[in-house]
Design a protein around this ligand. Structure first.
Ligand code: FES
Length: 547
């Protein structure tokens, strides 16, 4: 056995000879990004080996060369005692978006009716949980008043099994311990968040009598340790999308023994409880129709509410807009660029950086901004290619410069520290292609969903953008990319984490819970994977619009 020490966490563990370093890191909960789930394709699991000769790794992405110390953890195996440093840029800790709009519902928690089963007097609490693919948020609520007492969030630790749901589903379906490990990870983080919230609010976990859980179909199935094979093979029809009520202890949740854990219902395989909750949270009935709610995530779920009802689709946008599969993509960590502005008149560059740290890469909003701005100033042409004529253009401010350069086999837009001349990160031609694929899928989904009801984008009264994007998301960048048409730029509202808001409402209002159940059955789903026009629309939308 060998001793392995991780920095900066100072966690010391033992490992058998030949143990894969990434699997060791996963087992001990050390914070390390591993977006591809260890298949060696994302390049995000970089670690620094403080004594490189003792680990045999094939991954050598760092500037220190093949024999150097920066390696991909998923390629390394332990052969001696070793000290491993996880650089900040490889840590998966993120700024969590936990705010979302909340519609108005009459206060009246369903749990009140269960008082004879549990506590007859004293305080009773509820917990609303949003299990996102990337983050988990839990809100502790006083069920006597509806007041939110404390809210805690953390990254979803299932990320060690893959950043997107399909990698995790593959793990669940191919590893005999997969379902158990996925459940344990998410249950552990929920228990931890609830313990923190109770501690902060001075509440007893024993007095938690109701838990409302929201998330997409995969997340809720992983929580309940249920099979997901119906969600991953054609025709992608969910065996069941109904809500589930069970004892918290059945899931391993550490709460009052008389309580209930209620998983919100989904509408179909890819229109999950998070979207259903979102429709309740934004109070979809109050908006002048037609209105579109869209979650720009990996599956690009969207619901159109018009005079004929609710119609939804999901489109395989891929995780590019979350900074995944992008060479300079990072989560919303300190140093992530979340906003970019370019100006052709004075060749100005402005970067908005989380934590005002040295820029380390682009998170979702920064990526959308940078590509949109490069299209705006002509560094990227309509087809998505970097323009050869833009190679001499240098954008800058006092601290940073950005310019198009040949890097290896492809052109990249490189951001450099002006004082040290150090390259900080670069957006490659391949990254731009990933953004094109994502935006084309979303736009094609929107167009076909609207066409289903005889509508066009210009007919929409409002577009509500939900999900992990912060309020830094600029509608004009979505217009520049061609995700939204120019008529819609002034009709966009960023509504935040409506999945959590919907779970909260289902916790404090019986009416809202009834509405969740009703809405989940009213949504008609359009299957884009078999739609005859999807491919044509997708290809048409690969181009960027002219300004
Ligand atoms: S390259 Fe190692 S986890 Fe992706």
């Amino acid at each position: 056995m060998h001793e392995v020490t991780f920095y900066p966490s100072k966690i010391k563990v033992t490992a058998e000879e030949g143990r894969n370093l990434l699997s060791l890191i996963r087992e001990h909960g050390v914070d390390l990004a591993s977006e591809c789930g260890g298949t060696g394709t994302c390049g995000k699991c970089r670690v620094r080996l403080e004594s490189a000769t003792v680990i045999d790794g094939k991954g050598h992405p760092g500037p220190e060369g093949r024999q150097g110390r920066i390696r991909l953890a998923c390629h390394c195996h332990v052969t001696e005692d070793i000290v491993v440093t996880i650089p900040e840029s490889s840590q998966a800790l993120i700024k969590v978006l936990d705010q979302g709009v909340r519609g108005r519902y009459l206060f009246g928690p369903p749990a009140v009716r269960r008082q004879n089963n549990g506590w007859r007097d004293g305080a009773r609490f509820g917990v609303a949980v949003d299990i996102g693919t990337t983050t988990v948020v839990a809100a502790l609520v006083d069920l006597a008043s509806g007041q939110e007492l404390s809210k805690k969030s953390a990254r979803n630790p299932q990320q060690v099994y893959g950043l997107d749901v399909l990698n995790r589903a593959r793990y669940a379906q191919t590893d005999q311990y997969g379902p158990l490990n996925l459940q344990r990870k998410v249950v552990a983080v929920i228990n931890d968040l609830v313990a923190q919230a109770c501690h902060e609010a001075g509440a007893s976990r024993e007095r938690i009598v109701d838990v409302c859980l929201s998330g997409n179909q995969f997340m809720l199935r992983f929580l309940r340790r249920e099979d997901t094979s119906d969600l991953t093979v054609p025709p992608y029809e969910a065996r069941s999308s109904a809500s589930v009520s069970q004892a918290p202890s059945d899931l391993g949740l550490d709460m009052g023994e008389h309580g209930t854990a209620y998983s919100l219902p989904s509408a179909s395989a890819f229109i999950g409880a998070d979207i259903v909750a979102g429709l309740v949270a934004v109070d979809i009935d109050k908006w002048e129709r037609p209105v579109l709610l869209i979650d720009i995530g990996t599956n690009g779920e969207m619901v159109l509410a018009d005079k004929d009802g609710l119609c939804a689709c999901s489109t395989a946008a891929g995780p590019a807009f979350e900074g995944v599969n992008i060479s300079c993509g990072v989560s919303a960590i300190n140093g992530a660029v979340e906003g970019v502005f370019l100006d052709n008149d004075e060749r100005r560059l402005s970067l908005e950086v989380i934590g005002e740290a040295e820029p380390v890469g682009l998170c979702g909003t920064g990526l959308i901004d940078l590509v949109a701005e490069l299209v705006k100033v002509g560094v990227i042409d309509r087809t998505g290619r970097y323009s050869a004529g833009a190679e001499g253009w240098v954008y800058g401010n006092d601290d940073y410069m950005g310019q198009l350069r040949q890097k290896g086999a492809q052109r990249s837009f490189v951001i450099t520290d002006r004082r040290t001349s150090k390259d900080l990160f670069s957006l490659s031609q391949r990254d731009v292609r990933e953004v094109q694929l994502a935006k084309a899928a979303i736009r094609a989904g929107m167009d076909l969903l609207l066409k289903e009801r005889g509508l066009r984008q210009g007919d929409l009264h409002t577009v509500l953008i939900a999900g992990g994007f912060s309020h830094k998301l600029r509608p004009e960048s979505l217009v520049q990319l061609g995700v939204l048409s120019s008529q819609l730029g002034d009709h966009v509202e960023v509504v935040g984490n409506t999945s959590l808001s919907g779970a909260y409402l289902a916790l404090v209002s019986e009416k809202a819970r009834e509405r969740v159940e009703t809405i989940s059955k009213l949504i008609k789903t359009v299957n884009l994977s078999t739609h005859p026009e999807f491919e044509r629309s997708f290809i048409e939308n690969m181009r960027f619009p002219t300004s």
